[in-house]
Design a protein around this ligand. Structure first.
Ligand code: UD1
Length: 341
């Protein structure tokens, strides 16, 4: 079976994708610099799949290390590139760090892929490229808006770099997957999200509040023009998202792609408000969540959810898991992580 490189394969989405790849029979090599992950995740992946993936601790900013990796693993057929920094606020304070981490490393990888006889490349992009879309649900042809943050800009620029490279490198095929809001954890509770410090994202903040690690959730604004006044997002179970990566990779490996560079939205197609996510948590956990309404968070968009037709029709992929299932898995994971501490 083909050898697939997963960069950032010990991170949240990366680790779930490694599991799905191994379960589909692929040989996985992980590159991770452990800057926002732990080597312990390898144990979780091995416990689920019965197979330990190869792990190379490499910082992709080290160009010579990237070159050496591809000399050693010159039989790599596909690359799923997760490794990147993703904290919006930090990116505003440290733009160069983000351009170096997210853009510099992408260029080094593509330079190596150019040398291979053939390569399939999957890029972690984000619905952040659409900003506040004029029409909902958001289709892939919605205009890419001026980025709100250096982080968002790295996703836009990253997509452009890949598109331009595919135009001139006939052996390279690529898909950019634009994620909506990935949440949840593997049903085995062997792997899940491990935010470092105070979580910035809604769901880990909710589960940490539920377990008593945080006093209360601050809901950022309740007077948005939405039915209950709180912002709306498309929360997708990370296992559904991980499976989409396998399907997208297979599309490229089997030459079923229509163009050398394609983009797909990955979401459920359903929008949920912040309060609906809180209610879902309360329903599946049986716990009451402490929360208060506070002022709006700067830069938040009001509402974003995916038009899933392109991914459904072209990839033959659909989400299967509900918001409640995702919240339950996130809650079980949180309980397991804290029980270990
Ligand atoms: C955020 C980023 C997005 C990035 C994604 C990556 C912003 C504006 N957007 O997405 O660019 O791709 O993370 O992970 O930073 N909320 C609360 N209280 C909290 C946390 C969140 O009310 O403590 C609300 C937010 O206002 C939002 C929703 O929950 O309405 C989801 O927030 P979050 O999980 O941060 O995701 P995004 O804002 O969609």
């Amino acid at each position: 079976m083909d050898k697939i490189l997963v960069t950032g394969g010990l991170g949240f989405i990366g680790s779930h994708t490694v599991v799905e790849l191994q379960e589909a029979g692929y040989n996985v090599v992980i590159i991770d610099d452990l800057s926002n992950s732990s080597e312990k995740v390898l144990g979780g992946i091995t416990a689920i799949t019965g197979k330990k993936p190869i792990f190379e601790k490499i910082d992709l900013k080290e160009k010579t290390d990237v070159e050496a990796f591809f000399k050693k693993h010159n039989d790599v057929k596909g690359v799923i590139h997760f490794a990147a920094s993703k904290a919006v606020g930090e990116s505003v304070k440290e733009p160069l760090l983000y351009y170096e981490n997210n853009i510099g490393t992408l260029v080094y990888l593509l330079k190596e892929l150019k040398k291979l006889p053939g390569a399939s490349f999957i890029f972690s992009s984000s619905c952040t490229v659409y900003g506040q879309a004029d029409e909902l649900p958001i289709t892939e042809s919605a205009p890419v808006k001026q980025a709100e943050s250096p982080y968002g800009n790295t996703k836009q620029i990253g997509e452009e770099i890949i598109r331009d490279t595919c135009k001139v490198v006939p052996t390279l095929k690529a898909i950019a997957l634009r994620y909506f809001n990935p949440i949840g954890a593997h049903a085995s509770t062997e792997i899940g999200e491990l935010p470092i410090g105070v979580p910035q994202n809604l769901v880990p903040f909710i589960t940490q509040t539920g377990i008593g690690l945080r006093e209360e959730l601050s809901v950022f604004g309740d007077d948005y023009p939405t039915p209950d006044g709180t912002c709306i997002r498309d929360y997708i179970h990370v296992v559904d998202l991980a499976k989409a990566h396998v399907v997208a990779l297979q599309r490229l490996l089997q030459n079923n792609n229509k163009e050398s560079y394609e983009t797909f939205n990955l979401g459920t197609g359903k929008g949920s408000s912040v309060l609906e996510v809180v209610q879902s948590f309360e329903r599946v956990s049986g716990e009451k969540l402490n929360y208060k309404i506070v002022g709006k968070r700067e830069g938040d968009i009001i509402s974003a959810y995916a038009d899933t037709n392109k991914a459904n029709d072209e990839l033959g992929w659909k989400t299967k898991l509900s918001l409640d299932e995702a919240m339950l898995s996130a809650w079980k994971w949180e309980q397991k992580v804290r029980a270990k501490e």
